[in-house]
Design a protein around this ligand. Structure first.
Ligand SMILES: Nc1ncnc2c1ncn2[C@@H]1O[C@H](COP(=O)(O)OP(=O)(O)OP(=O)(O)O)[C@@H](O)[C@H]1O
Ligand SMILES: [Mg+2]
Length: 252
Protein backbone atom coordinates (compact mmCIF):
# COMPACT_ATOMS: atom_id res chain seq x y z
CA UNK A 1 0.00 0.00 0.00
CA UNK A 2 1.48 3.41 -0.93
CA UNK A 3 1.65 6.19 1.66
CA UNK A 4 -1.05 8.12 -0.21
CA UNK A 5 -3.36 5.11 -0.21
CA UNK A 6 -2.70 4.42 3.45
CA UNK A 7 -3.52 8.03 4.39
CA UNK A 8 -6.99 7.85 2.82
CA UNK A 9 -7.82 4.31 3.96
CA UNK A 10 -10.40 3.66 6.66
CA UNK A 11 -9.11 0.89 8.92
CA UNK A 12 -11.31 -1.09 11.29
CA UNK A 13 -9.30 -3.37 13.55
CA UNK A 14 -11.00 -5.95 15.75
CA UNK A 15 -14.03 -3.75 16.35
CA UNK A 16 -16.45 -5.17 18.91
CA UNK A 17 -19.89 -3.71 19.59
CA UNK A 18 -22.50 -4.83 22.11
CA UNK A 19 -26.20 -3.95 22.15
CA UNK A 20 -28.01 -4.68 25.34
CA UNK A 21 -25.81 -7.36 26.86
CA UNK A 22 -25.14 -9.08 23.58
CA UNK A 23 -22.06 -8.79 21.40
CA UNK A 24 -23.42 -8.12 17.88
CA UNK A 25 -20.12 -7.20 16.21
CA UNK A 26 -17.26 -9.45 17.25
CA UNK A 27 -13.67 -8.38 16.49
CA UNK A 28 -14.39 -7.22 12.95
CA UNK A 29 -11.44 -6.00 10.88
CA UNK A 30 -11.80 -4.45 7.46
CA UNK A 31 -10.25 -1.82 5.20
CA UNK A 32 -11.85 0.73 2.90
CA UNK A 33 -9.20 2.07 0.50
CA UNK A 34 -9.66 5.36 -1.37
CA UNK A 35 -10.95 5.51 -4.92
CA UNK A 36 -12.91 2.26 -4.88
CA UNK A 37 -16.07 0.64 -3.61
CA UNK A 38 -15.74 -1.99 -0.89
CA UNK A 39 -18.86 -4.11 -0.39
CA UNK A 40 -20.10 -5.41 2.96
CA UNK A 41 -22.77 -8.07 2.54
CA UNK A 42 -24.59 -10.33 4.94
CA UNK A 43 -28.02 -11.46 6.13
CA UNK A 44 -30.44 -9.61 8.41
CA UNK A 45 -29.09 -9.21 11.89
CA UNK A 46 -25.46 -9.85 10.84
CA UNK A 47 -24.37 -6.69 12.63
CA UNK A 48 -23.68 -4.52 9.57
CA UNK A 49 -25.65 -1.48 10.75
CA UNK A 50 -24.28 -1.79 14.27
CA UNK A 51 -20.78 -1.70 12.79
CA UNK A 52 -21.67 1.39 10.75
CA UNK A 53 -23.04 3.15 13.83
CA UNK A 54 -19.84 2.37 15.72
CA UNK A 55 -17.71 3.78 12.89
CA UNK A 56 -19.85 6.94 12.92
CA UNK A 57 -19.47 7.37 16.67
CA UNK A 58 -23.18 6.81 17.33
CA UNK A 59 -22.63 3.49 19.11
CA UNK A 60 -19.62 3.10 21.37
CA UNK A 61 -17.27 0.29 20.36
CA UNK A 62 -16.34 -1.94 23.29
CA UNK A 63 -13.06 -2.96 21.74
CA UNK A 64 -10.85 -2.49 18.73
CA UNK A 65 -9.97 0.62 16.79
CA UNK A 66 -11.14 2.78 13.92
CA UNK A 67 -8.73 5.03 12.04
CA UNK A 68 -8.45 7.03 8.87
CA UNK A 69 -4.84 6.45 7.85
CA UNK A 70 -2.85 7.29 10.96
CA UNK A 71 -5.61 9.35 12.50
CA UNK A 72 -7.27 7.48 15.37
CA UNK A 73 -11.05 7.91 15.44
CA UNK A 74 -11.90 5.22 17.97
CA UNK A 75 -14.79 6.38 20.16
CA UNK A 76 -14.55 9.92 18.74
CA UNK A 77 -17.70 12.03 18.61
CA UNK A 78 -19.76 11.97 15.40
CA UNK A 79 -18.82 15.60 14.52
CA UNK A 80 -15.12 14.86 14.82
CA UNK A 81 -15.40 11.73 12.70
CA UNK A 82 -17.16 13.73 10.01
CA UNK A 83 -14.62 16.54 10.21
CA UNK A 84 -11.84 13.98 9.83
CA UNK A 85 -13.40 12.98 6.51
CA UNK A 86 -15.64 10.01 7.25
CA UNK A 87 -19.30 10.55 6.26
CA UNK A 88 -21.97 8.07 7.28
CA UNK A 89 -25.31 7.45 5.62
CA UNK A 90 -27.09 5.41 8.29
CA UNK A 91 -29.71 2.83 7.39
CA UNK A 92 -33.12 4.42 6.82
CA UNK A 93 -31.81 8.00 7.12
CA UNK A 94 -34.71 10.42 6.72
CA UNK A 95 -34.80 14.02 5.60
CA UNK A 96 -36.60 16.72 7.53
CA UNK A 97 -39.92 16.33 5.68
CA UNK A 98 -41.29 19.86 6.06
CA UNK A 99 -38.03 21.51 4.99
CA UNK A 100 -37.12 22.05 1.35
CA UNK A 101 -34.28 20.25 -0.43
CA UNK A 102 -32.22 23.43 -0.17
CA UNK A 103 -32.85 23.66 3.57
CA UNK A 104 -32.03 19.99 4.10
CA UNK A 105 -28.69 20.56 2.35
CA UNK A 106 -28.09 23.66 4.46
CA UNK A 107 -28.58 21.57 7.61
CA UNK A 108 -25.73 19.35 6.43
CA UNK A 109 -23.38 22.33 5.90
CA UNK A 110 -24.14 24.22 9.10
CA UNK A 111 -20.51 24.02 10.29
CA UNK A 112 -19.26 25.79 7.13
CA UNK A 113 -19.25 29.51 6.43
CA UNK A 114 -21.97 30.83 4.11
CA UNK A 115 -19.91 31.00 0.91
CA UNK A 116 -18.27 27.66 1.59
CA UNK A 117 -21.65 26.12 2.32
CA UNK A 118 -23.06 27.38 -0.96
CA UNK A 119 -20.06 26.09 -2.93
CA UNK A 120 -20.30 22.72 -1.18
CA UNK A 121 -24.02 22.39 -1.98
CA UNK A 122 -23.41 23.34 -5.60
CA UNK A 123 -20.70 20.71 -5.95
CA UNK A 124 -22.95 18.05 -4.43
CA UNK A 125 -25.80 19.08 -6.74
CA UNK A 126 -23.55 18.60 -9.78
CA UNK A 127 -23.74 14.89 -8.93
CA UNK A 128 -27.55 14.99 -8.93
CA UNK A 129 -28.61 17.57 -11.54
CA UNK A 130 -32.24 16.43 -11.32
CA UNK A 131 -32.39 17.87 -7.79
CA UNK A 132 -31.71 21.38 -9.04
CA UNK A 133 -35.30 21.91 -10.11
CA UNK A 134 -36.53 20.49 -6.79
CA UNK A 135 -34.54 22.81 -4.52
CA UNK A 136 -37.65 24.60 -3.22
CA UNK A 137 -39.80 21.48 -2.87
CA UNK A 138 -40.49 20.12 0.56
CA UNK A 139 -38.58 16.89 1.11
CA UNK A 140 -41.82 15.03 1.83
CA UNK A 141 -42.98 15.66 -1.75
CA UNK A 142 -39.96 13.99 -3.35
CA UNK A 143 -39.92 10.46 -4.74
CA UNK A 144 -37.99 7.81 -2.82
CA UNK A 145 -35.15 8.05 -5.32
CA UNK A 146 -34.96 11.84 -5.07
CA UNK A 147 -34.93 11.61 -1.28
CA UNK A 148 -32.06 9.13 -1.42
CA UNK A 149 -30.18 11.55 -3.70
CA UNK A 150 -30.60 14.34 -1.13
CA UNK A 151 -29.41 11.99 1.63
CA UNK A 152 -26.32 11.16 -0.44
CA UNK A 153 -25.78 14.83 -1.28
CA UNK A 154 -25.92 15.62 2.46
CA UNK A 155 -23.13 13.11 3.06
CA UNK A 156 -21.05 14.45 0.17
CA UNK A 157 -21.23 18.18 0.93
CA UNK A 158 -18.35 17.84 3.38
CA UNK A 159 -16.16 16.31 0.60
CA UNK A 160 -15.41 13.24 2.69
CA UNK A 161 -12.46 10.95 2.09
CA UNK A 162 -14.65 7.94 2.88
CA UNK A 163 -18.42 7.49 2.67
CA UNK A 164 -20.17 4.63 4.42
CA UNK A 165 -23.57 3.91 2.86
CA UNK A 166 -25.87 1.56 4.76
CA UNK A 167 -28.47 0.11 2.33
CA UNK A 168 -28.29 2.36 -0.69
CA UNK A 169 -31.24 0.67 -2.39
CA UNK A 170 -33.57 0.11 0.57
CA UNK A 171 -37.14 0.58 -0.65
CA UNK A 172 -36.08 1.82 -4.08
CA UNK A 173 -37.13 0.41 -7.46
CA UNK A 174 -34.31 -1.21 -9.46
CA UNK A 175 -34.49 1.53 -12.10
CA UNK A 176 -33.88 4.12 -9.38
CA UNK A 177 -30.97 2.12 -8.01
CA UNK A 178 -29.42 2.00 -11.50
CA UNK A 179 -29.61 5.79 -11.57
CA UNK A 180 -27.50 6.00 -8.39
CA UNK A 181 -24.75 3.65 -9.59
CA UNK A 182 -22.99 6.08 -11.99
CA UNK A 183 -22.85 8.60 -9.15
CA UNK A 184 -20.98 6.10 -7.00
CA UNK A 185 -18.54 5.57 -9.85
CA UNK A 186 -18.04 9.35 -10.13
CA UNK A 187 -17.39 9.64 -6.41
CA UNK A 188 -14.76 6.91 -6.42
CA UNK A 189 -13.16 8.33 -9.59
CA UNK A 190 -12.63 11.53 -7.58
CA UNK A 191 -10.65 9.47 -5.03
CA UNK A 192 -13.28 8.90 -2.35
CA UNK A 193 -13.48 5.48 -0.72
CA UNK A 194 -16.96 3.96 -0.41
CA UNK A 195 -18.06 1.22 1.97
CA UNK A 196 -21.31 -0.04 0.48
CA UNK A 197 -23.71 -2.16 2.49
CA UNK A 198 -26.24 -3.49 0.07
CA UNK A 199 -29.07 -5.98 0.05
CA UNK A 200 -28.72 -6.52 -3.70
CA UNK A 201 -25.45 -8.44 -3.87
CA UNK A 202 -25.28 -8.12 -7.65
CA UNK A 203 -25.38 -4.31 -7.45
CA UNK A 204 -22.69 -4.18 -4.77
CA UNK A 205 -20.44 -6.79 -6.37
CA UNK A 206 -20.76 -5.12 -9.76
CA UNK A 207 -19.31 -1.93 -8.29
CA UNK A 208 -16.88 -3.23 -5.70
CA UNK A 209 -13.23 -4.16 -5.94
CA UNK A 210 -13.16 -5.88 -2.57
CA UNK A 211 -15.91 -7.50 -0.58
CA UNK A 212 -16.62 -8.81 2.89
CA UNK A 213 -19.42 -11.10 4.05
CA UNK A 214 -20.51 -10.68 7.64
CA UNK A 215 -22.68 -13.15 9.53
CA UNK A 216 -23.46 -13.49 13.22
CA UNK A 217 -21.23 -10.53 14.08
CA UNK A 218 -18.08 -11.89 12.41
CA UNK A 219 -16.45 -11.59 8.99
CA UNK A 220 -16.98 -14.90 7.20
CA UNK A 221 -15.33 -13.97 3.93
CA UNK A 222 -12.97 -11.31 2.72
CA UNK A 223 -11.50 -11.13 -0.74
CA UNK A 224 -12.14 -9.66 -4.15
CA UNK A 225 -15.68 -9.02 -5.37
CA UNK A 226 -14.86 -11.33 -8.30
CA UNK A 227 -14.07 -14.24 -5.97
CA UNK A 228 -17.40 -13.76 -4.25
CA UNK A 229 -19.29 -13.62 -7.54
CA UNK A 230 -17.64 -16.94 -8.44
CA UNK A 231 -18.37 -18.49 -5.05
CA UNK A 232 -22.16 -18.70 -5.04
CA UNK A 233 -22.32 -20.94 -1.96
CA UNK A 234 -21.12 -18.13 0.25
CA UNK A 235 -23.63 -15.68 -1.12
CA UNK A 236 -26.30 -18.31 -1.17
CA UNK A 237 -25.77 -18.95 2.52
CA UNK A 238 -25.90 -15.25 3.34
CA UNK A 239 -29.05 -14.66 1.35
CA UNK A 240 -30.88 -17.82 2.37
CA UNK A 241 -30.56 -16.62 5.92
CA UNK A 242 -31.79 -13.18 4.89
CA UNK A 243 -34.89 -14.70 3.26
CA UNK A 244 -35.55 -16.86 6.30
CA UNK A 245 -35.36 -13.82 8.60
CA UNK A 246 -37.63 -11.87 6.24
CA UNK A 247 -40.29 -14.58 6.28
CA UNK A 248 -40.69 -14.33 10.06
CA UNK A 249 -40.98 -10.58 10.04
CA UNK A 250 -37.29 -9.73 9.77
CA UNK A 251 -35.24 -7.44 11.93
CA UNK A 252 -36.47 -4.17 10.50
N1 LIG B 1 -31.52 -0.93 19.09
C1 LIG B 1 -31.14 -2.18 19.32
N2 LIG B 1 -31.06 -2.68 20.57
C2 LIG B 1 -30.66 -3.94 20.80
N3 LIG B 1 -30.30 -4.80 19.84
C3 LIG B 1 -30.36 -4.36 18.58
C4 LIG B 1 -30.78 -3.04 18.24
N4 LIG B 1 -30.72 -2.90 16.91
C5 LIG B 1 -30.30 -4.07 16.42
N5 LIG B 1 -30.08 -4.96 17.41
C6 LIG B 1 -29.60 -6.34 17.27
O1 LIG B 1 -28.24 -6.31 16.86
C7 LIG B 1 -27.97 -7.37 15.96
C8 LIG B 1 -27.34 -6.79 14.71
O2 LIG B 1 -28.30 -5.96 14.05
P1 LIG B 1 -27.92 -4.97 12.88
O3 LIG B 1 -29.08 -4.08 12.66
O4 LIG B 1 -26.59 -4.38 13.16
O5 LIG B 1 -27.78 -6.00 11.67
P2 LIG B 1 -27.77 -5.75 10.10
O6 LIG B 1 -26.71 -6.66 9.56
O7 LIG B 1 -27.67 -4.31 9.81
O8 LIG B 1 -29.20 -6.31 9.63
P3 LIG B 1 -30.17 -5.80 8.45
O9 LIG B 1 -29.67 -6.49 7.22
O10 LIG B 1 -31.50 -6.31 8.88
O11 LIG B 1 -30.10 -4.32 8.37
C9 LIG B 1 -29.31 -8.07 15.70
O12 LIG B 1 -29.35 -9.23 16.50
C10 LIG B 1 -30.33 -7.06 16.16
O13 LIG B 1 -31.48 -7.71 16.65
MG1 LIG C 1 -28.80 -3.02 8.78
Amino acid sequence: MTDATHAGTLFLREVTVARGNRVVVNAVSLEVPPGEVTALLGPNGAGKSSLVLAVGGVLRAQGGSVSLGEQDLTRARPERIRQAGVAIVPEGRRLLPALTVEENLRVATYTLGRDQARAASERALELFPELKRRLRSQARLLSGGEQQMVVLAQALVSEPKVVVIDELSLGLAPVVVSRLIPTLRTITAMGTGVLLIEQFATVALGLANRAYVMNGGVIEFSGTAGELRENPELLHLAYLLRTAAGSVGGAR
